[in-house]
Design a protein around this ligand. Structure first.
Ligand code: SIN
Length: 341
């Protein structure tokens, strides 16, 4: 299926001008200008797997390149939100991003929505068999169709559902407005539960929950914790129903403009930063769970094996709907990778 890239908007152009003006006003612009400036924008908090990976990348590059290459990390949607960051990359207003895999469908690479299928992965080891193997390499290559250079995958973790009530059975979801990322699969997943999906950028989710625009959300625990959602959603249910990970992307034009030695330096630093982030993901998830369990006013609910199986069976209909549009070849390749030992 074909998907249309996001059109250039006046808002994007205004923010690109704003970003450039801020760079000019900043210290490095007045001091010696680095040969390479790499702006890495992302939407989450620094103390998440993505935030930590970006900071590790920055420190590795600075340690190895001295003043010649400057990496600026802009977290928490400071300049770009997840609704406009990919367009900003195409316009040259930012050089590196790590959007969640769910965001690439709407950016014109619908195959990435395969990662959103509910209960596709049993654990992170299975995720790695897909992302670090042939399927992952093929998916990164497909980003080239939409002016993105795919550089690697990063885990966050498995998503859990939160609301003003426990969500143990499909019936518990009925009538809820659930914030989702802009992914057709995620929209269908929520509809299959009898709830209404509401697509919102990550940076607007907290406000939407606080104001009652939406009633529920799905998040990995590190995002739930660092966005302060425990103060807004008194129940979190450990559904583990889907995976949330990232692909780091740059722009082919920027990458081609680099000296070969700089490209090598950045690639190596990024590979090391990704390995660090991937090691950290499970650890941050466990730490977030421990913190949330101690959070006054928040109840953390586990599902029984029977409840999990019932939810999983219920969500099977999502697979039927996407068998054709995601492509049976891709699904077969993913299944083969999952079955590998
Ligand atoms: C992210 O982790 O980058 C954001 C995920 C989301 O939009 O829920």
């Amino acid at each position: 299926m074909s998907a249309t890239p996001v059109p250039r908007s006046p808002r994007i152009l205004r923010r690109a001008v704003l970003g450039a003006a801020c760079a000019v006003a900043s210290g490095w612009a007045r001091a010696a200008r680095p040969a390479v400036l790499l702006r890495f924008s992302h939407v989450v908090a620094p103390d998440t797997p993505k935030g930590q990976m970006a900071l590790r990348f920055q420190s590795l590059v600075h340690a190895r390149a001295g003043d010649r290459i400057r990496v600026e990390v802009h977290p928490a949607s400071q300049f770009w939100g997840d609704d406009d960051e990919i367009e900003a990359l195409r316009l040259g207003a930012v050089e590196m991003l790590a959007p969640s895999l769910s965001k690439f469908g709407m950016a014109g690479v619908p195959e990435f929505e395969v990662f959103d299928l509910p209960y596709l992965f049993a654990d992170l080891a299975q995720v790695r068999r897909v992302t670090q193997g042939e399927v992952g390499r093929g998916l990164l290559q497909r980003l080239g169709r939409q002016q993105m250079l795919g550089l690697g995958f990063l885990d966050n973790g498995f998503k859990q559902m939160s609301a003003a009530r426990p969500l143990r059975t499909p019936a518990d979801y009925r009538g809820l407005r659930v914030r989702v990322q802009a992914s057709r699969v995620l929209g269908e997943q929520v509809r299959a539960l009898g709830a209404q999906p509401v697509v919102l950028p990550f940076g607007e989710t907290q406000r939407a929950l606080a104001s009652g625009v939406v009633d529920a959300a799905e998040n990995p625990l590190s995002n739930f914790l660092t966005q302060g959602l425990a103060a807004l959603q008194p129940h979190i249910t450990l559904t583990q129903h889907g995976y949330l990970g990232y692909a780091v992307v740059s722009h082919p034009r920027f990458w081609a403009s680099l000296q070969p030695a700089d490209r090598e330096l950045l690639s190596t630093a990024l590979a090391e930063a990704l390995a660090h982030g991937n090691r950290l993901a499970a650890e941050l998830d466990a730490m977030a769970l421990a913190t949330l369990r101690r959070t006054p006013g928040l109840q953390v609910h586990g599902l029984t094996p029977a409840e999990r199986s019932a939810l999983r069976r219920h969500l099977q209909t999502v697979y039927d709907g996407f068998q054709r549009s995601l492509g049976s070849a891709l699904l077969t390749d993913v299944q083969r990778a999952l079955d590998q030992r």
